[in-house]
Design a protein around this ligand. Structure first.
Ligand code: NI
Ligand code: MN
Length: 223
């Protein structure tokens, strides 16, 4: 069983194969996050898609607190090590790698960053696969990702300005063909105000087989 809880913006807690993983844990200062950093349960892995503050967030502190493995693009993992994180796993865009029996794969993301390349991440227990796109614009290789991997849940940004908006994310959904899509990276602050029902409307038209699950921050889904 896999559980996915949205903490607002791009932050998710994923429970898979007995492990607790947090992705892009921006908790302090995240206006959409319903919890405080000390209310976050103990995590095993901290995954960060890129070094922008709204993704790096509290990741270093959490990794130190829980002696969790910090998983990111190679250069960002080095930075975490420099800042005193004991367990880091630096990888790069490419094939699957395993950390404590959880399978990970870093994907391209069409975005910017200061340290290392920005990425998306696939997380799998061998049965279920979750794709967190990170911050990204739409790119044609999403079609290839959809053909190569059977994605159960795609977490896609829809806020616009810094990432895809609702229309681009609906086309991305069509290319990725997940069973379920969950919109993220919107309504955190005024610049990325969006109506997620517009995204749902587009997906229902463009990729009607895909189920759209609109979560409230703090809400959890189970697969
Ligand atoms: Ni960013
Ligand atoms: Mn962002």
């Amino acid at each position: 069983m896999v559980k996915i809880r949205w903490l607002g913006h791009a932050a998710f807690v994923i429970k898979i194969k007995g492990k607790t993983i947090v992705v892009d844990p921006w908790i302090s200062g995240n206006p959409a996050c319903p919890i405080k950093p000390n209310e976050l349960e103990k995590v095993d892995h901290v995954v960060v898609t890129h070094d922008h503050g709204d993704h790096l967030g509290d990741s270093i502190e959490i990794a130190k607190r829980d002696k969790a493995k910090f998983i990111a693009i190679y250069e960002l993992a080095l930075k975490a090590k420099d800042e005193g994180v004991e367990n880091t796993f630096g990888a790069n865009i490419g094939g699957w790698f395993e950390v404590d029996e959880i399978k990970y794969l870093l994907t391209p993301a069409l975005h910017s960053s200061t340290i290392g390349e920005p990425v998306g991440v696939m997380i799998s227990d061998g049965e279920k696969t979750i794709y967190h796109a990170g911050d990204t614009g739409i790119f044609k290789e999403m079609e290839l990702l959809g053909k190569m991997y059977r994605i159960d849940v795609a977490l896609l940004p829809i806020g616009g300005v810094y990432t895809m908006g609702p229309y681009e994310a609906a086309i991305a959904t069509f290319m990725l063909m997940p069973k379920v899509v969950i919109p993220m990276h919107y309504n955190t602050f005024p610049a990325i105000k969006q109506d997620p029902s517009l995204f749902k409307k587009y997906v229902n038209k463009i990729a009607p087989k895909v189920e759209v699950k609109i979560l409230k921050p703090g809400e959890e889904v189970e697969l």
